[in-house]
Design a protein around this ligand. Sequence first.
Ligand code: HEM
Length: 465
Amino acid sequence: MIFSSPIHAFAWLSSTLDSSQVLNLLTQPFASDNDFRASDFDVDPKSGFFPPAPLPRLPAEFCIWETALATAPGVLALGKDRSEEALSRRSDGAWWRSTIRSWPVKDVSILREDIRLLQRAHMVLASLMHYYVHSLPPTDTALIVPKSIAIPLVEVSRVLGIAPVLTFADTVLWNWELVDPALPVSADNMRYLTTFSGTDTERGFYLASAAVELKGVEMLDIFNRFQSLPRSSYTDAHAIAQLARDLNQLANVIDGLTEIFKSMRETVDPHDFYWVVRPWWAGATSKGPNHPGWVLEGVPNGDSAHFDLGGASAGQSSVMHALDVFLDIDHRLASHRTPAPTERNRHADLGFMQRMWRYMPGKHREYLTRLRSVRPVAERTPGLREPYNAAVAALKKLRDFHIRIVAIYVVTKADSTPPERFAPEGGDDAEGTQKDGPARGTGGSEVSNLLKAGRDATNRALLQD
Ligand code: HEM
């Protein structure tokens, strides 16, 4: 079988093997990684998983997409929003959606050779899809994504190797411009373009996520150094001393991430986050198994049984996953480590983290696949055990803090009464107003359980004496 790219090979493997078999195949040790260059995986030495510069706008043939995206914030509101302002937008919103339905299906083949245009097309189309679906009035029937969006989005996603839905990449990595183009990429110098809710909370969330990604560049340097270390040098005193320094530095960088998470309390408002922002990111499955979900019109088998349509989450941040790969955090509970997983750990969604890989750009997923873990080396090298454990302990502390954030921003909100403007009409909860997202159904315990299982898996990576 001949594949036009590693992503096509990955897609084929994924369709024929189960995900753990694919991972095993792809993570077998390489004889040498001297040929490992982060740039081959669209990872930039300065901006990491961000493109090195803001994405260019699409060529003129696609200006209807760009224009519809620019118009959307002024005419649309969440379909379930019954505030005066939202109600006043309903007729304009219906017009906006009917325009999208009337569009021709555009051929995207001219974008194929330019990764930046493909990324821009994904960001624009996935944003249009979420604007379209979430501005519709609540319904218990399947939501049809018009073919004018669905078909090109699926095509562009195939080439990029990413899910055909709004992802972390669309909202955070590909959705900004520079405040001052003469200055380098930094969280202080970025302005976010599409904010569905138009709130400072949404901007604050994207900016904090951007700060995490950019801080992560320091980690990527450490990972890349380890990656290019010849295996023969794992016993070399000089190389081990450098690795120990790198692991201690990694612990500092992770502490820096925790500080960024803490800063979100100032910039991200829990009420707005839960009720006004997060609903825009939800995917086809967020209303639970009883809702018929979304149908991608004109796409064969265009539903969530055949496509990854889960929606956007910071759980798709490649930087965070790279950290897990490097430290070998066993989210799937595949290794025998202590302390043994609790009953609740075992009942958590153990496939979640691996599923999130499918929502990353294919090249970033390839990067993760090639990344080696430092744990086996730390395990057999006395001088590395402490620095390795320091990095793991810092990551556990980060996850502890993240759990506290999620308790405030999601779990308690999921248990609370919706504000008047979002209360289901006629008191019926068919739309699942209180039950969007993973907190659905069990008053937040699904989300808490997932995150606690991740924290405990992190703790279990600590090397014992
Ligand atoms: C107000 C701040 C935040 C809230 C309320 C929040 C909420 C959540 C929730 C509810 C989940 C569960 C999965 C899901 O619903 O998608 C999750 C998972 C996750 N989030 Fe956050 N998040 C926040 C900030 C961040 C930031 C800034 C990052 C990093 C860029 C991040 C990275 C992750 C990761 C990697 C996971 C997967 C689980 C894990 O690694 O423990 N989160 N988050």
